[in-house]
Write a protein that binds this ligand. Sequence first.
Ligand code: HEM
Ligand code: HEM
Length: 165
Amino acid sequence: MSSTTTSPGYSTTQIGLHWLIAALVLFQLVFGESMVAVVDAAEEGEQASQTDILLSGGHYWVGIAILCLVAVRLVLRLTTGVRAKRPTTPIELAAVAMHWLFYALLFAVPVSGLMTLYVSEEIGDIHSLAKPVFIVLILVHAAAAFYHQFIVKDGTLRRMFVPRS
Ligand code: HEM
Ligand code: HEM
């Protein structure tokens, strides 16, 4: 998909959305267990702690915010694009695949969270896989960004801080 686009970098809005969504995902990963605590307490007819109730409310709305923001981001990505040339080497193709995998997860994980609450609690087991999957992908993605910036020195990390002109 990115092969059809021509502009060489990201806009200010795209960069802002990248880092805002990254921060919100981090919040979800760090405080997601409060949602588990509230769901478990409800199942056992117990009262969850005030902190868990507060954080689970945050989990709910931050998750929905991620879903909305990623929709905006995807529209921008598909309409304005980023890449100047068709990816050819295995590494370039892997980077493109990783980016689309992130987009897929940023939709699928909030949707599976909503389904856990409104369709079947059993989907919670699948939703909880978001934690290890996101952690591994974020580590690989960040390591790749640092490798490109500081070893290959091709300005990849800079692209996510300095908007295209
Ligand atoms: C990108 C967005 C999201 C991420 C990264 C995320 C991540 C997580 C994580 C890490 C947990 C804890 C898993 C564990 O410790 O085993 C969790 C639990 C949970 N999340 Fe999310 N979540 C997101 C969005 C949502 C949304 C939008 C909802 C619903 C509106 C939701 C509902 C839940 C529920 C109900 C649980 C408890 C599952 C259970 O008890 O098995 N999540 N989430
Ligand atoms: C939850 C965390 C993160 C998510 C979900 C995420 C997601 C993404 C996605 C989907 C793209 C592709 C953008 C596009 O082409 O439309 C991207 C690009 C990028 N990300 Fe992340 N990212 C995260 C964290 C990070 C971190 C921690 C770093 C750096 C330390 C980083 C550095 C970059 C860079 C440099 C690019 C541009 C790569 C290029 O254009 O070739 N990201 N990210």
